[in-house]
Ligand binder design. Structure first.
Ligand SMILES: Cc1ncc(COP(=O)(O)O)c(C=O)c1O
Length: 457
């Protein structure tokens, strides 16, 4: 193998730096590839006509730049920076196998959008200064205006700027609402099968959850009324656009009935609209119909990236002070840097583009899902999650355990059941958990096979 000898004859400045720069260029252009051995120092000093000390200093400089590494007794090598990055950015705990449990947006063009706006930001000193400073919990004018405009277009209603606050995502919004508008031991009405982390938040805060019966169109108004009479709750938590975990949607007439009951019994509705709902199935949210009794929880976690931790609340103006005081006590204010990134994506078309990309990929994944599990219920919205009923004698819990032993991770119905609400035999799988469609397919095949095996017995 020929030895790589750099040319430093035309370089100015100290010799060791000229040599370090020449080798850096060779590494970055891949002329000196990953894991290639650098020339032994004595040979390089002889070939370049410099002292060994010069070569040693150059090699030290490259080590400082993170480009090479000496291996004891073997020489000096070009470092594999890629794998080092992968180790650095590896989750501290991650599970092996196929993840059909986590409900996340797939990373499609988001990385490209991140790179673009970070470059933009690097040329904008006013923005840099603003996002590094403290500010009042009211936020920055431009950010608030951007969110207001975007929401007004999206929800097709005029929203007063003062009714908005930024939060660190849907979960944070829910915690702020709980802390502001309820007290320990107080009753909160929820869907019988309910977003598990809301159950968790209420348990932590010692709130009493009372399940309202569900059917294919969401909560049953008659049961809601019964519980309103019996428990006199202040809050009702709902996922009207796309129910978590079952994926159903509350239809128009039922929405009106629910609002009417809540008005009559003085109940505030927490409308959780965090889950991704495909554009074809989006409906007018409750907050647009009943803004006086609805607190709307929105987030960019499922529409762009979960790691952002940016969301927002739309609330009746009368609740603003209370909710904002809690936010201040909680975290002062949301990181303006993160809000700035989101606002740039809202205005430069990135959010919209990603929304369309997610919708496309999701519909391809639903086609795949339907090959193995043909649709049985038209009320189900094709979102990230799918609900799979199981044959007897399986339970969600036992089947999820069985799948885990085969390296497939899913969520069992038991995780979502509130109190003594009857637990159906079912699992929830997320179609966007696996990074690739082929991984999803493998997972679906295994689930289908395992169900068939039980049926044969
Ligand atoms: C119904 C529902 N609400 C809220 C959240 C939390 O959202 P965020 O990631 O924005 O905190 C989730 C997350 O899965 C969810 O499914």
């Amino acid at each position: 193998m020929t030895m790589f000898i750099p040319d430093i004859s035309n370089r100015t400045g100290p010799k060791f730096m000229a040599l370090a720069d020449a080798l850096t260029e060779a590494i970055e252009s891949n002329e000196l590839a990953i894991n290639m051995k650098l020339p032994p120092q004595r040979i390089l000093s002889y070939r370049l006509g410099v002292t060994v000390g010069t070569v040693t200093r150059a090699y030290q400089e490259l080590e400082l730049r993170g480009l090479i590494e000496p291996k004891v007794g073997s020489g000096t090598y070009v470092k594999d920076r890629q794998s080092e990055q992968q180790t650095f950015y590896h989750p501290v705990t991650s599970q092996e196998g196929i993840d059909l449990a986590i409900c996340r947006p797939l990373l499609l063009s988001q990385q490209q959008h991140l790179s673009t706006i970070l470059q933009d930001l690097s040329h904008e000193p006013t923005a840099q200064k603003a996002v590094l400073d403290y500010y009042s919990a009211e936020g920055l004018h431009g950010h608030n205006k951007t969110l207001q405009q975007w929401l007004s277009d999206r929800l097709n209603v005029d929203i007063d700027n003062r009714r908005l606050i930024w939060t660190y995502g849907g979960q944070h919004s829910l915690a702020i609402i709980l802390q502001s508008l309820s007290r320990p031991k107080e009753t909160i009405l929820v869907e019988g099968l309910c977003y598990a982390e809301f159950i968790n938040a209420c348990q932590q805060a010692e709130r009493k959850l009372v399940p309202v019966q569900l059917d294919d169109d969401g909560i049953i108004p008659e049961d809601l009324e019964l519980h309103c009479k019996r428990h006199k709750p202040r809050l009702l938590y709902l996922t009207p656009a796309i129910q978590n975990p079952t994926g159903t949607q509350i239809n128009d007439s039922r929405r009106l009935k629910i609002i009417e009951i809540c008005r009559r019994y003085n109940v505030l509705i927490i409308e959780d609209d965090v889950l991704y709902c495909p554009p074809s199935h989006r409906k007018t949210p409750l907050v647009a119909i009943a803004p006086d009794i609805t607190i709307y929880v929105g987030s960019f976690s499922k529409y762009f990236a979960g790691g952002l931790r940016v969301g927002y609340l739309i609330m009746p103006l009368t609740l603003k002070d209370t909710l904002q005081r809690t936010l201040r006590a909680n975290c002062m204010h949301i990181s303006p840097l993160m809000i700035d990134l989101v606002c740039r994506w809202l205005t430069n078309g990135a959010m919209e583009a990603v929304d369309k990309e997610i919708a496309l990929e999701l519909s391809a994944r639903h086609r795949l899902f339907n090959q193995y599990f043909p649709p049985q219920n038209n009320a189900v919205i094709p979102g990230f999650n799918c609900w799979i009923p199981l044959p007897e004698p399986l339970t969600g819990y036992s089947f999820s355990k069985l799948l885990r032993n085969k390296g497939i991770h899913v969520r069992e119905a038991e995780m979502f059941a509130v109190g003594r609400y009857p637990v159906p035999a079912a699992i929830r799988i997320s179609l966007t958990g696996p990074a690739s469609r082929s991984q999803l397919k493998t997972g679906l095949i295994i689930i289908k096979e395992q169900i068939a095996l039980v049926k044969q017995r």
